[in-house]
Ligand binder design. Structure first.
Ligand SMILES: Nc1nc2c(ncn2[C@@H]2O[C@H](COP(=O)(O)OP(=O)(O)OP(=O)(O)O)[C@@H](O)[C@H]2O)c(=O)[nH]1
Ligand SMILES: [Mg+2]
Length: 333
């Protein structure tokens, strides 16, 4: 995977899909060479409340895992671009952190990144968990989109769990708040409704050359992806506030001569008691976190991985500017 610029702001959008982008690397594909005039390329900002299924949806549309997913809210911390292809269109899907009432500086930076991820979008896709009630968390987001000029698609997700009558009520209520160009009922998990959604998004993309090579699936560096895969295990294996109280700092990411990759990561926590929980009895928990992350990374990076995890107590890590840069977040005052 090629390292690519992080983020997806308006400037980047301009650089991505317009004719001026001629100096950018281009896919050496036959498709590109023979059908350039028909190509479409654009940004779809995928936004919504935490846990709506945004990352699951982006993964499903890309066709492989690019973003981490967990049953806990606030899994995604920074925006990430997944690249999907539908016939002649390249969809640049910006997965964003969930939008919620921020408390800490980290929360504020995440919510700022979520709104930042909508800059320059050709389509705004609001993802809503259709299985629950429509709380103010969702209606507030819909209202914030009201004055935005971009076409908006409403994606009611988790139809595999939702009550059918409720789906229609949610759709009507949200469309009354904000007229959506299209409303979709999908399951990002089972794939129900996704082919139609993907085709419609592709048709909504502006004509322009593809930005990424055909085989590139995200804009994340391998180093960042490795940190995310370990963080996903923290969300899956640790309980209560621990995932929220932790972060991953990459100390080293080096290629070995035998073709494998050696990765050293620190799991930062705020207190010694949290360190003890991450380590587990006799180190059992951290071994399990490492084992699962390593297995997954070997597949994603397509080579053997040596993963070394260390747990470090660093009170106030969420006030460390350097770490924000590492995570891919802008510092917010
Ligand atoms: N049953 C079902 N579960 C789903 C569906 N889509 C997502 N999920 C589950 O919902 C949970 C949250 O999914 P994510 O994709 O992490 O949600 P998100 O919106 O990215 O969440 P944040 O990053 O925290 O904002 C996970 O447990 C997913 O497996 C769906 O269509 N059906
Ligand atoms: Mg997410």
């Amino acid at each position: 995977m090629l390292p690519q610029p992080q983020g997806a702001g308006a400037k980047q959008r301009a650089a991505i899909c317009r004719a001026e982008a001629r100096g950018l690397p281009r896919p050496p594909s036959r498709l590109y060479a023979t059908r350039m005039s028909e190509q479409r390329c654009g940004l779809v900002a995928v936004l919504g409340a935490p846990n709506a299924g945004k990352s699951t949806l982006v993964n499903a549309l890309v066709g492989q895992k690019v973003a981490i997913v967990s049953p806990k809210a606030q899994t995604t911390r920074a925006r990430l671009m997944g690249v999907a292809i539908e016939e002649d269109a390249q969809l640049l899907l910006v997965d964003t952190p969930g939008i919620f009432e921020p408390q800490r500086r980290l929360d504020r930076a995440m919510v700022a990144a979520a709104w930042g991820g909508t800059e320059g979008a050709d389509v705004l896709a609001l993802v809503v968990d259709a299985k629950g009630g429509l709380g103010s968390k969702v209606t507030d987001i819909a209202e914030s989109l009201r004055d935005r000029p971009e076409p908006k698609h409403l994606i009611l997700n988790k139809v595999d769990l939702a009550d059918k009558a409720k789906l229609l009520i949610h759709a009507e209520r949200l469309n009354a708040l904000l007229p959506f160009a299209e409303t979709w009922f999908v399951s990002a998990q089972t794939g129900d409704g996704l082919p139609e959604l993907k085709r419609a998004l592709a048709r909504a993309m502006p004509v322009g050359p593809w930005h990424y090579p055909e085989d590139q699936v995200s804009d994340a560096t391998e180093r960042a992806m490795a940190a995310e895969v370990t963080r996903e295990q923290l969300y899956l294996q640790l309980h209560a506030e621990l995932p929220y109280a932790s972060a991953i700092e990459t100390e080293a990411f080096k290629e070995r001569e035998d073709g494998s990759v050696e990765i050293h990561q620190q799991i930062l926590v705020e207190r010694p008691t949290q360190r003890a929980i991450v380590l587990g009895k006799g180190g059992s928990r951290i071994r399990e976190i490492g084992a699962r992350a390593r297995t997954e990374l070997a597949v994603l990076l397509d080579r053997p991985v040596h993963l070394y995890l260390h747990v470090k107590v660093r009170p106030g890590w969420d006030e460390d500017r350097t770490l924000y840069r590492d995570i891919g977040l802008d510092w917010v005052d």
